[in-house]
Ligand binder design. Structure first.
Ligand code: HEC
Ligand code: HEC
Ligand code: HEC
Ligand code: HEC
Length: 445
């Protein structure tokens, strides 16, 4: 073969190889193939009825409907509505004087949200009672909300009595809570989330798809409070989403959820801060993992691949939920169990410390000669200790979402509660109030 042919052949081979590599890199960087679909039905904006959307997306709809009947439990979570007060009676003492001491059940699947809020004994249905439950309590329970908020505005919605609003709220959580009809993109639907992000200078419309796979859950799985007489739904994030920032936010506002009976401590109730707990620098969050990665893994139905909308504990399907990233699924599930056992045990120790503080403060508050300044300082620490404990307790993963932060908060809460107890004892000069492990019967309701 003559030299020039060899050169030409070599050149052609190099060019072909470069073209092939280029094509492969290009293909790898393309977004996954979306099957172009012809919608069978036109879904109107904010359509509350998920079954209408379901005609276009039967897999997503059918899997969402499975959350209605799921009832499998895990060691600490799962889908049945077991009673936390029966499982851990200390919580009756910790929540004395407020509705959570009467009725506090574990969360169930999304399709039950409306039924469960209507059934809880925490709701006060009497529209004439000044302490009636506000409509705001429906904010995280129904796919009717986006359309209602668009129609009447969130301010008017929140001002309504729960009992009155109930007539317009007929569907449990559905497609309209997370998706924009037509484009099907994930969106922020709760005005309170939009406002809380804005207060931090953030605009969700600039977020990446992976970020939205977490932020869409923050429409509901967050700490919140009802602002002012209008019971306006507000997330306390203006100073930050970590616990200390929220405590200082509530402090500046002089906000309390209720007053602890006899101790007279202005208390805070933590809601379900999964989003804040997870995003506070957890290993998974820092690695770019999203809520939907574990709770809505891809599953197959024949040739179709879709996100399972059967949202529940990932410990019930770890091969799908964890196995996409971890090769040794048994190992990480075992690690999750160890984390949860540690957090659950530490939580009980914290509860004991807070109850000791409550007993000491109550005794001191009953003594007319108590040093008022010391006693107030004890109350402030009682409030903080309980909020930190509750942040871990009300967050539904028993520490898994952020093990380091959960254990840090429990350690701080225990320490703060013991200081509260000491200050209460000091306020009346009675060292017998330093006794530990002395329970009392919760006040009759
Ligand atoms: C790395 C995986 C992973 C990620 C990411 C994750 N979770 Fe979880 N989540 C878990 C595990 C594990 C549990 C514990 C379940 C149990 O105890 O049965 C859990 C529990 C829960 C529960 C209670 C479930 C039950 O059975 O009662 C809720 C609610 C929840 N997560 C919401 C969220 C939200 C919202 C996010 C994002 C802010 C999120 N999770 C991110 C793995 C994850
Ligand atoms: C709690 C929030 C939530 C609800 C409710 C919800 N989805 Fe989704 N949906 C998601 C998330 C998260 C994804 C993943 C999106 C992504 O990866 O970009 C998704 C993905 C999808 C997709 C894209 C394909 C896929 O499976 O990944 C379709 C289509 C879809 N959902 C349809 C529906 C329909 C129809 C309903 C109502 C029957 C519904 N969704 C209810 C959160 C939700
Ligand atoms: C519109 C509000 C809303 C949105 C959005 C939402 N949730 Fe929920 N979620 C709830 C409510 C309310 C419950 C409890 C329902 C009940 O107990 O009846 C719940 C329950 C759960 C549970 C417990 C299920 C079980 O079987 O115990 C998990 C896990 C969960 N959500 C994860 C998520 C994840 C992950 C996202 C985001 C992809 C998300 N949720 C988005 C309101 C919401
Ligand atoms: C989308 C990917 C992804 C999914 C899904 C996922 N993980 Fe992980 N996980 C990671 C990454 C990344 C790390 C960081 C450590 C590493 O590089 O291995 C990690 C770390 C861990 C660790 C060690 C944490 C630490 O702080 O040392 C445990 C335990 C764990 N995962 C358990 C689970 C369990 C249980 C599930 C399912 C419920 C799960 N993971 C789902 C990506 C994932």
């Amino acid at each position: 073969m003559n030299r020039s042919i060899t050169f030409i052949l070599a050149g052609v081979i190099v060019l072909l190889a470069a073209a092939l590599t280029g094509t492969l890199i290009f293909m790898k960087n393309q977004p996954p193939q979306e099957r172009s679909f012809e919608p069978l039905v036109e879904v109107k904006a904010m359509e509350p009825d998920s079954s209408v959307w379901g005609q276009n997306f039967p897999n997503q709809y059918d899997s969402l409907m499975k959350t209605k009947t799921n009832n499998a439990d895990t060691k600490y979570g799962g889908s049945s509505a077991f009673s936390w007060l029966e499982r851990d009676p200390r919580q009756k003492i910790l929540f004395a004087g407020m509705p959570f001491s009467k009725d506090y059940n574990d969360d169930r699947g999304h399709a039950n949200a409306l039924e469960d809020v209507n059934a809880t004994k925490r709701v006060n249905w009497d529209v004439n009672d000044p302490k009636r439950t506000p409509g705001t309590c429906y904010s995280c329970k129904s796919s009717d909300n986006p359309a209602l908020w668009a129609e009447m505005g969130m301010e008017a919605y929140d001002k309504m009595a729960f009992a009155d609003l109930s007539k317009q709220v007929n569907n449990a959580i559905g497609c309209a809570n997370c998706h924009e009809a037509g484009t099907m993109r994930l969106i922020v639907t709760n005005p309170a989330l939009e406002e809380a992000l804005k207060a931090q200078g953030k605009d969700w419309k600039t977020f990446s798809r992976q970020e939205m796979r977490t932020v869409v859950c923050a429409n509901c799985h967050v700490e919140y409070y009802f602002k002012g007489d209008g019971k306006y739904l507000t997330f306390p994030w203006a100073d930050g989403t970590d616990v200390d920032s929220m405590i200082s936010y509530y402090e500046e506002l002089g906000f309390k959820d209720w007053e602890y009976p006899d101790a007279k401590t202005p208390m805070l109730k933590a809601q379900h801060p999964e989003y804040e707990m997870f995003t506070q620098g957890s290993t998974h969050y820092n690695a770019g993992v999203a809520c939907a990665d574990c709770h809505m893994p891809y599953v197959r139905d024949g040739a179709a691949k879709y996100s399972s909308h059967d949202v529940h504990s990932p410990l019930l399907n770890p091969v799908q939920a964890c196995g996409q990233c971890h090769t040794d699924t048994d190992y990480v599930v075992e690690r999750a169990g160890i984390i949860q056992d540690q957090v659950a045990e530490t939580k009980i120790a914290t509860e004991d410390a807070i109850i000791d503080a409550i007993n000491a403060i109550k005794a001191a508050a009953a003594n007319p000669n108590a040093d008022a300044a010391l006693l107030d300082q004890a109350r402030k620490l009682h409030r903080e200790a309980q909020f930190k404990w509750d942040f871990v307790s009300a967050e539904n993963s028993t520490g898994f979402h952020n093990p380091e932060y959960a254990l840090k908060l429990l350690a701080e809460a225990t320490n703060t509660a013991r200081q509260a107890q000491m200050l209460a004892a000091q306020s009346v000069g009675d060292m017998s109030l330093l006794a530990t492990g002395v329970y009392y019967a919760p006040p009759a309701q």
